[in-house]
Unconditional design. Sequence first.
Length: 303
Amino acid sequence: MAEAGSVTTHLQTLEAEGIFVLREVAAEFERPVMLFSGGKDSIVISHLARKAFWPGLIPFPWMHIDTGHNFPETLEYRDRWVSKLGARLIVRSVEDSIRQGRVMEQKGPDASRNALQSVTLLDGIREFQFDCAIGGARRDEEKARAKERFFSLRDPLGQWEPRNQRPELWSLYNGRRNPGEHFRVFPISNWTELDVWQYIQQEGVELPDLYFTHERECVDRDGTLLAKSDYLGLKPGERYESRRIRFRTIGDMTCTGAVVSEAANIGEIVAEIETSRVSERGGRADDRVSSAAMEDRKREGYF
């Protein structure tokens, strides 16, 4: 474990980099938006944005793509945090995309709306003519995300093509785009999960209760603990059991796996992450569809 002094210096460097990227977004783009999920990474970015533009308000709106299968705690936190920071929130719903025939809902016990978010997101970007969407992806999360640059160009169909990305030398970011193209920008690309938690601890950032240990009924589905909900169907032989769990990542209830844990505060979570050998997305059922599941969704316009 690094000594406190070196950790502080490291976090200060990451914070300065994130703030610099956010200010570059404000300077280079006309209509940026921050994607907000209510998860720890988007919360950290919103905290960085508040610092970047203090004492003014954050100069771009936030957009949440609501699957309709969110944890209630996530939505409660979202509304409270948005109000606290004085942000303007835009919500676009996968449910509306389904009603409009833009996407088709999956059926069966493994059905999830998580992959359907791409269409709703791209429709929202076109509706408001956003030229940049700020997200919380980190390079350590998953191998497809390790290919991302800070400024990630998307074509007129919202697709990501790694061969078309621009070089980023000496922290110089190229935001030039052709009509119909837009960028995804990832200010915490160089952060790890441990960095995020140490920063949250240092800054005293408020988080949803889902991140801390609590009692919840779950079903073990192929090694993934899924929380009981109205959106999750049981397979033959499956049953719910009460477990002491918490969540390392927060998403759609139908595919977000919990971990067995007794970490009740941020200090205990930091200690737990320091010894973990499994990625936080290791518990995401949607990432187990194939080895290239994330990359396939990114090519379709996924966050």
